[in-house]
Unconditional design. Structure first.
Length: 132
């Protein structure tokens, strides 16, 4: 995201937060890493150790900083992928594309875990999850 886009992004997020709040909801922001971020040889170090990242040049930090400044909770899938034993295996054929089934599952499990940890969702009784 280019710096020039941040004011518009701020306006959009502010409007979305107000709209969701108007019906009693809470807006959450899920940061999804793109393939190129995960393919970078320094991805894990830069993602999990902020001292190794150039916070001014890395758009992830700017995006997360902006979202956080608006008091919107962030679920950072980049961190979850960086903790995965093989982040590129979450993409089809380890190449540029959307996530594969394993990537979608890992992202979804991260989101659900975060929601449960922050008591935003409760397990549904009487509903059986599909086998993995």
């Amino acid at each position: 995201m280019a710096d020039k886009d941040f004011p518009l992004f701020r306006q959009i997020l502010t409007a979305a937060k107000m709209e969701v709040a108007s019906w009693g909801g809470t807006l959450l922001f899920v940061y999804l890493p793109d393939y190129y971020r995960c393919a970078d040889p320094n991805f894990v170090a830069r993602t999990l150790d902020p001292s190794k990242a150039d916070r001014d040049a890395d758009p992830r930090f700017g995006i997360v900083r902006l979202v956080d400044s608006l008091d919107i909770d962030v679920i950072d899938i980049a961190e979850a992928f960086a903790r995965h034993e093989d982040p590129l295996s979450l993409y089809p054929f380890r190449e540029f594309a959307h996530f594969n089934a394993s990537g979608h599952r890992h992202a979804a499990e991260t989101i659900v875990e975060s929601l449960r940890r922050n008591q935003r969702v409760q397990p549904m009784t009487g509903v059986k999850a599909r086998d993995k």
